[in-house]
Design a protein around this ligand. Structure first.
Ligand code: ADP
Ligand code: MG
Ligand code: MG
Length: 492
């Protein structure tokens, strides 16, 4: 019997209580944490006073060994692919500019317009850094077919949970070493746990970009959301930058940057530190790392868009540039899938076929609305948004398509549903909600970075992975959005 028809093995309540105790204590000890929720009645204190553990899975998730290895290998091809797409201005203009998605999507239009302005002035970013995460689900439409791994999406901005995921992998290793999971399965052995060094890997990408900028004393700027709860995932990167590379970080929101950012005569980005009362000297920025800016909600007004463009008009490395953010749109994923398009960016020896093999079918709603309605039960519809909660699934599709103005169809992509094996369960633990057993679906993410610019060789690496697991009656997947828990890989 396959592990995918009967996972996890039986565990007693007593054993689960012990695993929960060890897991949550480990999580609280190792920064698998969020800041507590805030609300209008309960605004955040000026400085954090407490944290809660992030949602976690008690038992790691089985992933076939060869598929996991493939996904890691594939990341190198994806890094190169998206670097090249981001540098292909006319390709992106055609899809995302006027006449394309910009005509019907204000968010994409604002980003594209800002980017175009910079190009017209002759200030495209000299160097782009991508900290990527390519997401996959196991795919097995029927039990007799072999399991494969299919891509959900490729993230080019604010790819999160790299740091927390490394810690969760450590937590599962600790649970194996300390309890052996009470012998419930011989698979639960340390030898089946792949290593996870995502923090170091992502930080190496940032440090490489910092060195390429060439001013050792400069700081890296993290552009962050106000009231961000997932701060520890970001802070761990900050601390590692400092501890391994001696590089310092400054964190500011768009609202703050509206007043603190300035450009020198040579377009070096200089930031005034806040509050001004601290009388700290302004700092030069080597790399702008956006952990905000992926969603319209991150731009409170047109000033914030102007600030984004202002930052990108500097000499600092952009992680990501607007071009790279646009390259990560679902629409681009769909266009790449059309016959011959991917192959314009990636040669056979660079892995074009393996990349294609990782895809399920996608098409644009403007050319295939009828098919989308007819096959609704097998499909998901996606707009050009990130961060979870934006998609339309299955039976909701026909009505949605019926109500969508015709000209807006170009901004929606229809995608076949990936069909994970059905027999997998998980124990999900959330602070304040205890532990639940659920039938579960797990999404594997592989991290990579690429540093590139016009006329330079792309430098890139695969740097780590994560697993997010959700109850299988939930369509969406984000951890931050509250749908998923953090998990790790058990090679089988
Ligand atoms: P976002 O950028 O908002 O994260 P995704 O494309 O990742 O958008 O979609 C959100 C979630 O929807 C995924 O995490 C996954 O759980 C589910 N999903 C997306 N595409 C598919 C698909 N083709 N098959 C099955 N589930 C999907
Ligand atoms: Mg996603
Ligand atoms: Mg995404």
């Amino acid at each position: 019997m396959s592990v995918f028809t009967s996972w996890p093995p039986d565990v007693t309540t007593e054993q689960l209580d012990q695993l929960t105790l060890l897991a949550t204590t480990y999580a609280l000890s190792h920064s698998i944490l969020y800041l507590p929720p805030v609300s209008p009645e309960k605004p955040p204190p000026p400085a954090p006073e407490s944290a809660i553990f992030a949602p976690i899975s008690l038992i790691p998730t089985p992933i076939p060994r060869h598929l996991f290895a493939n996904a890691l290998t594939l990341q190198r091809a994806y890094n190169t692919l998206y670097a090249r797409v981001a540098l292909d201005t006319s390709f992106l203009d055609q899809i995302m500019g006027p006449g394309g998605v910009s005509d019907v999507d204000d968010f994409i239009s604002a980003l594209w317009t800002g980017w175009k302005k910079l190009r017209d002035k002759g200030f495209p970013p000299p160097l782009h850094l991508g900290l990527f995460r390519s997401d996959y689900l196991l795919h097995q439409p029927t039990p007799d077919e072999p399991i494969s791994l299919k891509q959900v999406e490729f993230n080019t901005i604010s790819s999160s949970f790299g740091a927390l995921s490394q810690r969760v992998a450590g937590m599962h290793r600790y649970l194996i070493e300390s309890t052996g999971y009470f012998g419930i399965s011989p698979l639960l052995s340390s030898s089946n746990l792949p290593s996870n060094d995502t923090i170091e890997g992502l930080v190496n990408g940032l440090a490489e970009a910092h060195r390429a900028y060439g001013v050792p004393d400069a700081y890296i700027l993290f552009v962050v959301q106000p009231n961000e709860r997932n701060v520890f995932d970001q802070r761990m990167l900050e601390y590692q930058l400092f501890e391994s590379h001696g590089i310092r970080v400054i964190r500011q929101t768009f609202a703050e940057l509206d007043t603190t950012a300035s450009l020198s005569a040579s377009r070096a980005l200089v930031i005034t530190r806040i509050p001004p009362g601290l009388k700290l000297a302004p700092v030069e920025i080597s790399v702008v790392y956006y952990r905000a800016g992926y969603s319209p909600a991150d731009y409170a007004s047109s000033t914030d868009y102007a600030t984004r463009v202002y930052l990108e008009g500097s000499r600092a490395v952009q992680c990501p540039s607007i071009a790279l953010q646009l390259a990560g749109a679902k629409k681009v994923q769909e266009v790449l899938m059309r016959p011959g398009v991917l192959e314009r960016f990636l040669t056979p020896s660079e892995g074009a076929q393996a990349v294609r093999d990782s895809w399920v079918n996608m098409w644009s709603l403007d050319t295939g609305a009828e098919e989308a309605v007819r096959r609704a039960d097998e499909l998901v519809l996606k707009p050009q948004r990130e961060g979870g909660g934006n998609n339309i699934y299955r039976e909701r599709i026909p009505l949605f398509v019926g109500l969508l103005p015709l000209h807006e169809r170009v901004a929606w992509v229809a995608m076949e549903l990936i069909r994970p094996p059905r027999g997998v369960g998980a124990y999900l633990v959330r602070q304040g909600e205890g532990r639940v057993r659920a039938r579960a679906v797990s999404e594997l993410g592989v991290f990579g970075w690429a540093l590139f610019g016009e006329g330079r060789e792309v430098r890139e690496e695969q740097v780590g992975w994560l697993v997010r697991t959700k109850a299988d009656d939930v369509d969406e997947g984000g951890v931050a959005a509250g749908f998923s828990v953090l998990d790790s890989v058990l090679l089988v």
